[in-house]
Design a protein around this ligand. Sequence first.
Ligand code: SF4
Length: 365
Amino acid sequence: MSEQKISIAYDHPDAGQTCCSTAQAWARTPQEPAADEKAELISRIKRLLKEQDAVLVAHYYVHPDLQDLAEATGGIVSDSLDMANFGHQHPAKTIVVAGVRFMGETAKILNPEKRVLMPDLEAECSLDLGCPVDEFAAFCDGHPDRTVVVYANTSAAVKARADWMVTSSIALPVVRHLMEQGRKILWAPDRHLGSYVQEQTGADMLLWQGSCIVHDEYKAKELIEMKAAHPGALVLVHPESPRAVVKLADVVGSTTQLISAAQKSVAQEFIVATDNGILHKMRTLCPDKVFLEAPTAGAGANCTSCSHCPWMAMNGLRNLAEVLENGRNEVHVDPAIGLRAKQPIEKMLEFARQIKLPTRGIGNA
Ligand code: SF4
């Protein structure tokens, strides 16, 4: 089967100070297996997971088949931190991460004694790519008076350079906590999430200027038109989206928080501004409600992602079965870097415990 690749443009900030030059990456485009092949793959993967003493942890944004398979085999579908924590608590010796590279790395950092596999090690993230460690370290060195807070969507090496790691649902309390201590903050890599946190808290924050290629594409003008056409719909927005889109939200939150809002709300219709992979979980949990994708089209649109992350889409049943069979695509993190990267993660986990924020509720892209 011939492999097809698509080219992807992403923001590469110039030392974080100004936005942005554009860099190019790529993603493999998956081909859907036919129904009979799909059934055979699913039963093979179930057998291999047992044989390999492995557990499948999947992100909300991956293909519904993988989400269903993770849950059907005793694994989990969630955000990246929950995925890593679940793997840590689960007795399986192997964790298979269906997501993108930084998620596999986070799982390995928290579980260095376990084998961590991924269907495709080249599944990237524009936030991670747009924040190379050498440039980021130079940026940090230029501002030694600032506490370095990084988002989960970063490499192990960038986490190792940070004082704190946060995910989107704990970012506000962590930044408020640092403000109480009189700290000034250096934030990376997502500029939209950083602006949102800055606006909500009033903190002194210097922002790295990265962005998510999926959330950056949501369009405010077209969203206003869509709201007018669906006046009863609640607008759910992930804060990696542009400010003008966040302003139109009824609920702003992490993946887990948006799912929870959809469950709790009496509304029957929702416009969702985050990767459309999440709609599978929302529709499963709320079968009587209607979920619509927020618009990515309109003036200036290039539709790199069309509401779906091309790197998350690199996870499929075929490459999942292959890695379980051949053991390739194991995630490795330099032990010294892993040890340093673990500190800001554990600091966040401890803080979450102190403020009684359930881990299960900590979400990120
Ligand atoms: S959806 Fe955005 S933040 Fe999430 S992995 Fe893809 S590029 Fe990264």
